[in-house]
Design a protein around this ligand. Structure first.
Ligand code: SIN
Length: 299
């Protein structure tokens, strides 16, 4: 009997026929997700609601947007993030001076520990998780330190009907503790002073969530924060979780972002996961990040 192989159905059609936007041009990065936004000065357009609406549409179409050559300050990054919702106060990592919502994502030249070195979407241990994240590159290596993204709606679509049926109704436990204890031990200078108060936080979310805007179903588990299925032990959960973790990062579902100083990335955590490469020894990398308070994930 011939073995059946379930693969992604080539690509998200939007990547090949992107919508026409009035205020900028959209250039898809891969067939799976991601787009460069050309011809837009973000800081100069923060008060233009038509531009904000177009950026939102492009985001839900492409899931990861890149705006190159932007000159943003802490406050303009906050303002940009607020176009998409209320900013989340993430209690894990130190913030930029005088803010409680602009996280500093940085690796000093002598450090080896990588802040985002396992696949995740932001704050899935939270109730609710992050919605959108904006990450602005200030100091980045000339090469290395790329961020990889995967489209979890495509990953879901590519599962067999039998697997989809098995996952429907399952919930998973997402917790901060393991990754935060490692972060605090290896980067004590970057851990937020309040983190001990929240390290026990966890949340239960459906394994398959429906995107509140697009209505697409997305796999909602990630190797950094998801430890087991609700009602099962870690040992019982491990084989299926590992299968899903491997499946959702197949190259067909991904794009890779190379940073330059002044690159601003915006992504939708509801339908993507990401991973930062740790391949730039002895070079400093520093970014500023804001995230919005997302929606409570529903099946
Ligand atoms: C993050 O996970 O928010 C940061 C990703 C990166 O450092 O590229």
């Amino acid at each position: 009997m011939q073995k059946e192989v379930y693969r992604a159905s080539i690509a998200h059609p939007a990547q090949f026929t992107p919508a026409i936007y009035k205020h900028f041009t959209v250039e898809p990065i891969t067939g799976a997700l991601g787009a460069e936004i050309l011809g837009l000065d973000v800081a100069a357009n923060l008060d233009n609601p038509e531009v904000a609406e177009e950026i939102r549409s492009a985001l839900f179409e492409h899931l990861v947007l890149l705006f190159r050559g932007q000159a943003l300050e802490r406050e303009t990054l906050r303002h940009f993030g607020q176009l998409f919702g209320t900013l989340q106060r993430n209690p894990t990592v130190k913030k930029a001076a005088d803010t409680d919502d602009v996280m500093l994502v940085r690796q000093e030249a002598e450090e080896r520990f990588n802040f985002s070195g396992s696949w995740h979407s932001d704050v899935t241990w939270g109730r609710p998780p992050a919605g959108e994240t904006a990450l602005y590159a200030m100091d980045v290596p000339p090469c290395g330190g790329d961020t990889h993204f995967a489209n979890t709606a495509l990953a879901y679509d590519a599962l067999s009907e039998e697997m989809k049926a098995m996952l429907s109704g399952l919930k998973a436990v997402h917790s901060l503790e393991v990754s935060q204890r490692e972060f605090s031990a290896k980067k004590p200078n970057d851990a937020d002073a309040d983190v001990e108060d929240v390290v026990d936080l966890f949340a239960e979310h459906p394994v398959v969530c429906t995107h509140p805007v697009t209505g697409r179903k997305c796999l909602f588990v990630n190797e950094q924060f998801t430890h087991r299925f609700v009602g099962m032990s870690e040992e019982e959960s491990c084989p299926l979780l590992e299968t899903l973790f491997r499946h959702q990062v197949l190259p067909d579902f991904t794009c890779r972002v190379r940073w330059q100083p002044g690159t601003l990335a915006l992504w939708d955590n509801r339908a993507t996961i990401h991973y930062a490469s740790n391949d730039y020894p002895n070079i400093r990398r520093e970014m500023m990040r804001v995230s919005t308070v997302g929606d409570v994930p529903v099946a």
